[in-house]
Design a protein around this ligand. Structure first.
Ligand code: TGC
Length: 407
């Protein structure tokens, strides 16, 4: 029988071989000494959930394209859904605590960090930031428990990088709005109870809370993915979807609305991908110690040590960068360009760490005996969503020069 993952955390050593790196890597920089007891508690509870619930089946789930809906309520009961939102049944945890939870979940699989991100950072944060009191009361408590899943419908089939060019339209008709258009790559949409839909209106972009059983709303999972296979991303069609004015998010005026939510999700990625990196690094480190070639462990070879040392540098720097951004966020001082530094750097370095780990594992590195290729594939998706490498590069270029080079 598994231990209750929602129980208070302990520092019990990780038993799963895929977590071999966690304790060793934390010890190098004494990273946990930089955390408060509450932050460490959130981290260890997320680690326990990942180890006990996600890891035992993740390779099969990835292979079989299976998303375990039964985990949703468990994640809610453990407090991870909208955990950095205050009130309305949410935990009100710090940004650093939330980041640490993202790291631990993504150490198991990016799909489960993505679930928590879409639910908490995108759908719930849109309602918490821009919703009316009635909307918050109606949706947030049930989303915090996992009773209701939310999705965030921004990206369109013609491309995700330029939301200003969206084709989805909302037209006023008496006391209602009628929304028509299509969205693509929308996480969780086929299991969602409510969709945060962004649409052009005569006054600019506005957000709407659309119950997914509304006539004209359909969501279809996208098949053929070679990444994020244990996770759901969908096409959405909005065919004359009629919603009342009371479903419009009153505080969301213009693109600043969805972009503010993207900031939240991008912040979670900064932390999360370091979890995927840690998992790959741990597998490679263990292999370096135990695999014998030419009469000894491969870890005695300088070329292997060179790779391991580089992996350590980038992992530790990535975690310290995430922590720095988290401390800024908790002070209310985090700038979107700073988030771009974190997203661009940490995803890039996590991909490099996964690639180096794969090479240390040799041919076995391409099998599902090790988590490395799964993480590598997932990270390719993470590199693209919530702003591609190129978009974040140009955001930094604009911050440095004052010159937007987006078109
Ligand atoms: P621009 O059109 O000039 O600006 C519009 C307004 O937005 C403001 N703004 C921001 N506000 C808060 N946070 C940010 N990060 C913001 N970025 C821009 C801006 O100040 C302006 O405000 P106002 O009041 O003056 O009107 O846009 P821009 O030129 O600033 O931005 C261009 C660019 C390329 C940076 C932006 O379009 C961008 O970030 N593009 C990437 C979008 C992206 O990340 N798309 C992927 C989304 S992932 C997804 O949809 C799937 S959800 C995940 C899932 O379901 O799994």
């Amino acid at each position: 029988m598994t231990e209750n993952p929602t129980a208070p955390a302990s520092d019990a050593p990780a038993s799963d071989a895929r977590y071999v790196g966690a304790d060793a890597l934390e010890a190098v920089f004494d990273f946990d000494a930089l955390l408060s007891p509450e932050e460490r508690d959130w981290q260890l509870r997320a680690r326990r959930f990942a180890q006990q619930r996600i890891l035992p089946t993740i390779e099969d789930d990835f292979e079989n394209k299976h998303f375990r809906t039964e985990f949703i309520r468990e994640l809610g009961a453990a407090g991870f859904l909208g955990m950095h939102i205050s009130g309305y049944g949410c935990a009100g945890a710090s940004a650093v605590s939330y980041g640490l939870a993202c790291l631990e979940l993504e150490a198991a699989d990016s799909g489960w960090r993505t679930f928590v991100s879409v639910q908490g950072s995108l759908a719930m944060s849109a309602i918490a930031k821009f919703g009316s009191e009635e909307q918050k009361t109606q949706w947030l408590p049930r989303m915090a428990t996992g009773e209701v899943v939310g999705c965030f419908a921004l990206t369109e089939p013609t491309g995700g990088s330029d939301p200003a060019a969206m084709d989805t339209r909302a037209v006023r008709d008496g006391d209602d709005w009628v929304i028509s258009g299509s969205k693509r790559w929308i996480g969780l949409a086929s299991i969602a109870g409510v969709a945060v839909v962004w649409a052009q209106t005569e006054e600019g972009v506005r957000g709407f809370l659309v119950p997914t059983d509304t006539a004209g709303f359909t969501a279809t999972p996208i098949d053929g993915k070679l990444a994020m296979r244990a996770s759901i991303q969908c096409d959405i069609v909005l065919d004359g979807v009629r919603v009342p004015e009371s479903s419009r998010l009153p505080g969301a005026i213009g693109l600043r609305g969805p972009f503010s939510c993207l900031n939240e999700a991008r912040y979670g990625i900064v932390w999360g991908v370091m979890g995927a990196a840690r998992s790959c690094f741990g597998a490679a480190l263990e292999r370096a110690r135990t695999r014998s070639v030419f009469g000894g462990p491969i870890g005695r070879f300088q070329l292997i040590q060179d790779k391991l040392a580089d992996m350590l540098l980038e992992y530790e720097k990535g975690c310290l960068l995430a922590l720095h951004l988290g401390r800024l966020k908790d002070r209310g001082a985090l700038d979107p360009a700073q988030i771009s530094v974190g997203k661009l750097n940490n995803v890039r370095e996590a991909i490099a760490i996964a690639s180096a780990a794969r090479s240390i594992l040799g041919g076995d590195g391409v099998t599902s005996e090790f988590p490395v290729m799964r993480h590598a594939a997932n990270l390719e998706a993470v590199r693209t969503y919530e702003g591609t490498d190129e978009i974040h590069t140009l955001i930094l270029g604009r911050a440095l020069t004052g010159e937007p080079a987006f078109s």
